[in-house]
Design a protein around this ligand. Structure first.
Ligand code: MGD
Ligand code: MGD
Ligand code: SF4
Ligand code: MO
Length: 756
């Protein structure tokens, strides 16, 4: 009997009814029809559920169900465009392997369907028993940047203040932790300063370790709309699609970004290509920085990076003051053993050239997942809601006051980071793990370690849309979730724009929105009072607003969900005081209707720091720097290749649990794992494209097909992160400040494999 049949059987045994009270209030639990605010046969628009670009899609409904979609032409982000994932966004909802009922591993080791009542009792009874025996530090959760902010927010409140857990982290550690720490230390708050319009308004765009043609295709379309004939510089060891489309490619040696950036700073200072007035008025620490970079001689840096001193001079000349220069970075920077200092070295370049707070400028970290930014501000994992800090007594008091709880009950330091949580699972201190909307059995660095950790757990709970993800297969309990399109909430994109998810499709079987799963857990745990004012996502949003009041991310000027819809998304900050003022004069959207003009306008595209004021108490940005550290696992004679990893096609999303369900998207990528290898290396190893090879590291091995291509440099190979094999190889090194894994460098060797 397959799971679907088992579920039908279970429903039959129960008289075709759910046993829990949710059957009495289906609307409340996100079951059943489209919410009232949508007409059954109409078109509505909502944010795509994949990447942080945050495109808006028009969803066409028939009988209250989405039947089709088209990109939204009126939204300031995507202007009528979408990438293949967006066009195919409805398909994964209908997949056969959706989790349609909770599943519990029985004494025979097999998963069997159970009803929610049983699942929730197992969840609370087992976790409470573990906590009673081993303390609150023995249970941890791992969540995500892919669910609405309201869901992350109530999970954070429930887990920390309701269930009393200490440790919880998210896949945003794998992704954005570096930018978060870098901005906080440099600007005083985690605040990406840009608006997408800056893509169009730059004279020079520098992409550091970013491949937007593949990873953020609609942002790249915005670059293509730039009418200023911009120079586009790509700093990437690989000749990516973006590098090919750029005007200049700097194929540096992997992980030599930090010396490169210090070398550039040195040239800029030496040549007098800096904005001293800006530095004096708006920054601190420049003199120390100047002394520090003086030793980064162009000859030495040219050799170290493999770029040569001439190209360094050319680079510095292109980014000096006088033109609008914007710097953009993603995972080539963040996923590094020294990601934070590298990101800050980019920030330093923008500050010292005065290229920030003006059109077409900025030190701009592009986020990855649809709601990575929501997680940074509201998830209550590494910081308290509203971008507050655990160690700050005043911040703890503010949080306690809003929630009506005792400040003494709030921990005074953040919980453990992802890697430390897994370490403690392995050492036996953490006994239970609750995994929500992430698939670490594929995506976590060094799978051997993750598998070992999973094998040691007394309880692994996986809350996912699908029952057969690599992580769900290891679980003792699976909680079935509604996905994008089946629930409501807000998400925050890379340019700080808050947009809406809507419920346009019924969730299958007993699957529930994560929001209501958390609500049910609160009820069964006996702490539902904590969330009593948050019966719906929109009520939780109102609470998030309260947490934002007076903070740099203040959104008290957003009245409600319909306002977000009307305005085409709203960037933070938008304090209530801004809405009380007269309509702002710049950037108001010309498409606003006559009725709209009666209300104060929200400027549609805004950037931060236009007044040169940063969030440190002195109002200034800080130069941050430190000497580069050696590569954690350099190549050797035994493991002579540097393995780089990353995104491979615009049709693949991470571990492919969603994109893999679309026949259209599957046609756009390789069915087999791949390893890209340079023609010289391939000929030495007698490899042709399509041959199977074994890729081996000190931790594991992976079988992949050779893709012979000069996109990689000799001595380097590249594997897509979308293939589950890749993290059997990666090396668990971490940035010391952000604890983000360095996914993009480890040492491997290749051996031809006889098979076909
Ligand atoms: N289609 C698609 N789009 C996505 C995603 C997806 O899975 N699929 N995921 C989303 C998410 S969560 C994220 S975080 C983003 C990631 O977006 P990106 O960061 O743009 O994507 P990656 O391919 O991981 O890495 C970017 C580049 O870093 C380069 N790189 C490797 N090592 C170094 C180095 O030492 N220095 C420099 N300068 N570059 C280096 C790689 O060669 C690669 O081309 O994409 C988002 N968008
Ligand atoms: N080697 C290597 N590894 C990497 C990277 C790399 O560049 N190289 N990149 C890293 C980065 S930047 C990231 S962000 C991570 C991503 O790694 P993961 O987060 O593990 O990847 P996803 O496939 O996005 O997993 C999301 C899971 O959530 C489920 N899901 C989707 N929507 C919902 C929902 O609404 N509710 C619930 N409960 N579940 C849902 C999906 O089915 C899926 O199982 O991978 C990291 N791993
Ligand atoms: S670029 Fe990102 S947000 Fe836009 S359609 Fe593609 S996946 Fe969705
Ligand atoms: Mo990411």
């Amino acid at each position: 009997m397959d799971l679907k049949e088992k579920f039908t059987e279970l429903m039959r045994q129960r008289g075709g009814r759910l046993t829990h009270e949710m059957v009495l209030t289906p609307g409340r639990f996100g079951l059943g029809q489209t919410p009232k605010r949508l007409q059954p046969d109409s078109t509505t628009s909502m944010i795509c559920g994949y990447c942080s670009t945050g495109c808006s899609l028009k969803i066409h409904l028939k009988d209250g169900k989405a039947v089709n979609l088209t990109p939204d032409p009126d939204y300031p982000v995507n202007l009528g465009m979408a990438c293949p994932k967006g066009w195919e966004a409805l398909t994964p909802l209908k997949a056969d392997d959706r989790a349609v009922t909770p599943l519990l591993r029985g004494g025979d080791g097999k998963m069997a369907p159970v009803d929610w009542d049983t699942a929730l009792k197992v969840f609370t009874d087992r976790l409470k028993a573990i906590i009673a025996k081993h303390g609150p530090e023995s249970v941890a959760f791992l969540s995500t940047g892919q669910i609405p902010a309201e869901e992350m927010f109530i999970l954070g409140l429930l887990s920390k203040f309701g269930m009393g857990l200490i440790h919880g982290d998210a896949n945003t550690r794998q992704c954005m932790a570096t930018s978060h720490v870098a901005y906080k230390q440099s600007f005083g708050f985690d605040a990406p300063p840009f608006s997408y319009k800056d893509f169009e308004e730059s004279d020079v765009l520098v992409f550091h370790g970013a491949n937007p043609c593949i990873a953020h295709p609609i942002m790249w379309e915005r670059v293509m709309m730039n009418k200023r004939k911009p120079e586009i510089l790509v700093v990437d060891p690989r000749q990516t699609e973006t590098a090919l489309a750029a005007t200049r490619h700097y194929p540096l040696q992997p992980k030599s970004d930090l010396p490169l950036l210090y070398g550039l700073a040195n040239i800029l200072i030496r040549e007098g290509w800096i904005d001293q007035a800006y530095i004096d008025a708006h920054t601190t620490g420049f003199d120390g920085f100047k002394t520090f970079v003086a030793t980064y001689d162009p000859e030495m840096v040219g050799k170290l990076t493999g770029l040569g001193s001439k190209r360094l001079m050319e680079f510095a000349d292109l980014i000096r003051p006088g033109k609008r220069v914007s710097h953009w970075w993603t995972m080539g920077v963040n996923q590094s053993h020294e990601g934070v200092r590298t990101a800050q070295a980019i920030i330093n370049l923008a500050l010292m050239t005065g290229n920030i707070g003006k059109p077409g400028t900025g030190a701009n970290s592009i986020t990855g997942q649809v709601n990575a930014m929501g997680s940074r501000l509201f998830s209550n994992t590494t910081g308290l809601p509203g971008g507050r800090n655990y160690p700050d007594a005043q911040h703890r008091k503010e949080v306690a006051d809003i929630l009506g709880i005792d400040a003494a009950g709030i921990q005074d330091k953040p919980g453990l980071a992802y890697d430390q949580i897994l370490e403690q699972v392995i050492s036996g201190k953490i006994k239970a793990l609750w995994v929500i909307a992430t698939n670490p059995a594929h995506s976590w660095v060094n799978q051997a370690e993750f598998r070992l950790a999973a094998s040691k757990l007394d309880l692994l709970v996986v809350q996912d849309m699908y029952h057969d993800t690599d992580t769900a297969k290891l679980a003792h309990l699976v909680l079935p979730s509604a996905g994008w399109g089946e629930k409501e909430g807000t998400v925050i994109n890379s340019e700080r724009r808050i947009g809406l998810f809507k419920k346009v499709y019924p969730a299958p079987g007993q699957a529930l929105a994560d929001f209501y799963i958390f609500k049910l857990i609160a009820k069964y745990w006996g702490c539902e009072d904590l969330l009593k004012d948050m019966q719906t996502p929109e009520q939780a949003f109102q609470m998030m607003k309260r947490f934002s009041a007076g903070r740099p991310c203040d959104i008290t000027g957003i009245a409600d969900y319909p306002m977000i819809d009307r305005e085409g998304g709203i960037q933070w900050p938008l304090p209530a005081s801004a809405m009380a003022k007269a309509p702002s004069s710049d950037g108001i959207d010309a498409t606003r209707s006559a009725a709209d003009s009666a209300r104060p306008a929200v400027t549609r595209e805004r950037r931060l720091f236009e007044d040169g004021r940063y969030y440190h108490p002195d109002g200034k940005a800080k130069f941050q720097f430190a000497p580069p550290q050696p590569i954690p696992e350099p190549v050797t004679a035994e493991f002579p290749f540097a393995l780089l990893t990353g995104r491979w096609s615009s049709a693949q999303w991470h571990t492919n649990t969603r994109t893999g369900k679309s026949a259209v998207l599957r046609k756009l990528y390789s069915a087999d794992p791949l390893v890209e290898i340079h023609p010289e290396d391939a000929s030495r190893l007698k490899l042709a494209s399509g041959d199977w090879v074994q890729v081996k590291s000190r931790r594991g091995q992976a079988r992949a097909r050779a893709a012979v291509s000069s996109t990689v440099q000799p001595g380097q190979v590249f594997m897509p992160m979308h293939d589950v094999e890749v993290n059997r190889l990666t090396f668990p090194a971490f940035d010391p400040h952000s604890r983000q894994p360095s996914y993009k460098h480890c040492a491997v060797r290749l051996e031809k494999d006889g098979g076909d």
